[in-house]
Design a protein around this ligand. Sequence first.
Ligand SMILES: [Zn+2]
Ligand SMILES: [Zn+2]
Length: 269
Amino acid sequence: MGLTHMQIKELLDESACHECEGVGPDHVCVRIAAIAEMPSRFGDFHIFAFYNNKDFKEHVAIVRGDVTDAEDVPVRVHSECLTGDVIGSLRCDCRDQLESALRMIGKMDKGVLLYMRQEGRGIGLINKIRAYGLQEHGYDTVEANLALGFRDDERDYSVAAHMLESLHIKSIKLITNNPKKIYDLTKYGIKVSGRIPHVMPANKHNRFYLETKALKSGHLIDLHGKQHLPEQADPPVIEGMDEEQIEIIRSFYQGYSQNEILKMKTRRD
Ligand SMILES: [Zn+2]
Ligand SMILES: [Zn+2]
């Protein structure tokens, strides 16, 4: 059962006059600004559009079923990637990650996908395209990395955490292959009762892509053999990968920090 009209009205009324001290050092506060039904090819959802006082971006929650006061709600946090999500770019696997998460949640009684409008890890589309271009024109990945920059994870998760609070979710099961995400959300007061592995269906492209990634152990390689940066902070795990491949990918991502990525100077093509 989805949300009733009464529940939607209550959530909107409550948000209209919501004020709090905010989440994290930046005092991030979030309000639900609009709610509507959203039937989709992945199932029936409600879409929640949020206002926030930090980046003023229009983050959304795609909500399946009635999650109000619910425990163990499956939640996926996805960062916007225009080139991957919309255009189907093969420079990254963002669209595969997004679609498989929506497909998974669409089959469940309840669940949430937070779609965070932080293109290019929060530095925007122009810088992301700039970094792609630099890689094409023979710049090494350090320069491209510097242009791409890195997302401030703390800020992201504080907005996401407050969004989950605004939805009155009591505890979540995070759909992720990345234990660090659990830690980050917990830091902002979200009760994470468990983790659901995010396994994507294999296809012609990503099977090769991930085999390559796994074989190069520790280097992120795109389809053309050039190193690139992950846009989603999650190690992708594909149906059909063996334990060793999964472990190589997971352990690499788990440990990375800005400095470590900056040290990854090796170009492989
Ligand atoms: Zn607030
Ligand atoms: Zn992407």
